[in-house]
Design a protein around this ligand. Sequence first.
Ligand SMILES: Nc1ncnc2c1ncn2[C@@H]1O[C@H](COP(=O)(O)OP(=O)(O)OP(=O)(O)O)[C@@H](O)[C@H]1O
Length: 225
Amino acid sequence: MTEFAARTEGVRKLYGTGDARVTALDGVTVGIPRERFVAVMGPSGSGKSTLMHVMAGLDSPDSGRVHIGGTEITGLDDRGLTRLRRDRIGFVFQAFNLVPTLTALENITLPADIAGRGLDPAWLDEVIDTVGLRERLSHRPAQLSGGQQQRVACARALAGRPELIFADEPTGNLDSRSGAEVLAFLRRSVDEMRQTIVMVTHDPSAAAHADHVITLTDGRVLDQT
Ligand SMILES: Nc1ncnc2c1ncn2[C@@H]1O[C@H](COP(=O)(O)OP(=O)(O)OP(=O)(O)O)[C@@H](O)[C@H]1O
């Protein structure tokens, strides 16, 4: 076990060519400690989403290295990256991304069902209780509030017990009360269920729930607490 759930070393990522060339990440070295809640902050265009995508194996850097646990993922081919994301990483998106025709419970178990993998029933039970949606498991997304939908999405990310979860602006589409519920749930999943979470956010009040904050500016690390 390495001390970091994920880390980057000198990661550079460029987009476009010629005059349209943008340095999205300019030598980023960061570490995500295990069993911690880490926020990635910074102004629009500072590279937050790019950093998340590179760390999660959704995009590859032009140079530098990325590790998930003890695995260097830079250099894995598409199949290897797909397998890594499926088996070791959970995702939560701003737009919930639930399947409208499935119930809350079916949405939660969908990734495991697709992968043909069983879920640990005791763990699933704990996730459902922590997310506080036991009474609504048979509801479809349209019958749930935005905050409840996002809690379903969080439960879906947690259900497979991933090594770490990436959340991209998870409260971006929520009112402040629902946002606070989702943040409280993410916090509990770290404190009580020993999860590791990386959350991209613009919102300082969301980042205040985190143990550590990585601040980016112009594709560089301004601060890492
Ligand atoms: N696919 C792409 N093609 C071209 N340029 C891109 C692409 N993705 C990101 N960029 C550029 O890279 C830089 C960093 O973008 P990124 O989305 O990582 O920033 P961000 O901090 O997440 O911004 P926001 O808070 O607005 O989502 C920006 O200048 C952006 O325009």
